[in-house]
Design a protein around this ligand. Structure first.
Ligand code: URA
Length: 434
């Protein structure tokens, strides 16, 4: 078999066999196939697509390219959630303790920030002492004891995806349904959970900018999960504006704590509560309304917040920072963004907001960059709000004074103010399940 022939076959819009896909994934992972040939095939897939069967073969091959986590030591069904990537998306910090407080078992493996999007592990590491690198034995032990554990992905989970993602990232081949679906689901299948809820983001801050594409991606991922014998559902949620009012690691932990303490009941709560509801539906077989009632109760009576503190303590973190979020170290410098004119905020480009927060130090421009946990953005006003000239719309925080100016420019280019109140898009566009 020759890589040249596989590239030509996909270039000519033909269907690849299981053997050809296996040859490519194995060969590229072990370094026998060079980047230029892999990049050519990825671009051919990007342009010509794959059918359902090819996507299943690709996902399966990538999932088995490294460690496959064995969660059989956990009593009961295990649950997992995954977001396709967003700005200000701190739902995991709310969803996992909520479903664990309701008896679900969650061995949550999360990534770090990628491009303009944040990562749960970076957020959790803003809590002093928190350990995200945990052995599989300890993970299973913690989940059996308290119901949940939130860890970084094992270095050898789906290594084929790691290499392919990095290559797609620099060859303009990210926004492809077969490639995104296989990338995400290979990691989910290798992480070993029985029930998976996918939060598929739609809008300017998401990889899928329109609803019909997001729906196709959701159907594709649910299909992969079902084929692998997993229960799965996907919720399509808005990422045309950042979720909640903060972007940046400790800032987002503080906001999530506010939700779990019942202080905030906005968009962030709604998305988190629906994700939790669907996890509970898959795990328990109960209907939507019953699960939503249980979720609302677990948050309003404080059980979900207590569970977050338990998880953080079990992983070495100091829960007093969650009791009193004023203890988080503040950034040394801040700068207010004021409205340049009166009107309505008609649009906030989430991707630019994410990029602005990366410049402030909240994310990584290069893999080797260290995160400034206190850097980020707090919104005082959001999409659809009326603002008067000079009113504060947001505050930027950083420990690097010089970066603030650069971040301000990017942030300002993300904002649109107009005369008409914009139509408010729904927060949740629909659910895909099988
Ligand atoms: N997240 C992933 O893990 N992979 C993609 O391709 C896109 C988002």
């Amino acid at each position: 078999m020759r890589m040249y022939d596989i590239i030509a076959k996909k270039r000519d819009k033909n269907i690849l066999t299981k053997e050809e896909i296996g040859f490519f994934v194995k060969g590229y992972t072990c370094g026998e196939i060079p980047d230029y040939q892999a990049a050519a095939l990825l671009m051919a897939i990007y342009l010509n697509g794959m059918n359902d069967e090819e996507i299943l073969f690709l996902t399966d091959e990538m999932a088995r390219s490294g460690d496959v986590v064995d969660l059989s030591g956990i009593d009961g069904l295990t649950v997992d959630k995954h977001s396709t990537g967003g700005v200000g998306d701190k739902t995991t910090l709310i969803v996992i303790p909520t479903v664990a407080a309701l008896g679900c078992k969650a061995a949550k493996m999360s990534g770090r920030g990628l491009g303009h999007t944040g990562g749960t592990v970076d957020k959790l590491e803003s809590i002093p002492g928190f350990r995200a690198e945990i052995s599989q034995k300890e993970l299973i032990d913690i989940v059996n004891r308290i119901g949940a554990c939130m860890v970084g992905q094992s270095g050898n989970l789906a290594p084929a995806d790691k290499k392919l993602y990095a290559l797609r990232d620099v060859t303009a081949a990210v926004e492809s349904i077969p490639l995104i679906a296989s990338s995400i689901m290979s990691k989910k299948l290798a992480s070993g959970s029985d029930c998976i809820v996918l939060d598929v983001k739609v809008g300017s801050g998401a990889f899928m900018k329109d609803i019909s594409k997001a729906k196709k991606l959701a159907e594709c991922m649910v299909n992969i999960a079902a084929n692998a014998g997993k229960k799965a559902a996907a919720i399509l949620t808005d990422m045309d504006r950042p979720l909640g009012y903060s972007v940046g690691n400790s800032l987002e932990v503080c906001e999530a704590v506010g939700v779990l303490k019942g202080h905030e009941k906005g968009d962030l709560y709604e998305v988190s509560a629906e994700l939790s509801t669907h996890i509970l539906m898959l795990e328990s077989g109960k209907d939507h309304d019953e699960c939503r009632r249980l979720v609302d109760e677990a948050v309003s009576d404080g059980r979900a917040f207590e569970k977050l503190k338990e998880i953080v303590s079990a992983q070495g973190g100091d829960p007093s920072f969650l009791e009193d979020t004023e203890k988080f170290k503040k950034a040394n410098f801040s700068s207010q963004i004021r409205a340049e004119r009166s009107g309505y905020i008609t649009h906030i480009d989430s991707e630019k907001v994410g990029t602005s927060s990366v410049v402030l130090g909240a994310g990584r421009e290069k893999k080797s960059d260290t995160i400034d946990h206190s850097a980020g953005i707090i919104f005082r006003r959001t999409s659809g709000d009326r603002v008067e000239k000079g009113e504060v719309i947001a505050e930027l925080f950083s420990n690097d004074k010089e970066k603030i100016n650069e971040a301000r420019g990017i942030f300002l280019s993300a904002l649109e103010i107009g005369d008409e109140r914009p139509e408010q898009l729904p927060l949740i566009f629909g659910v895909v399940c099988r």
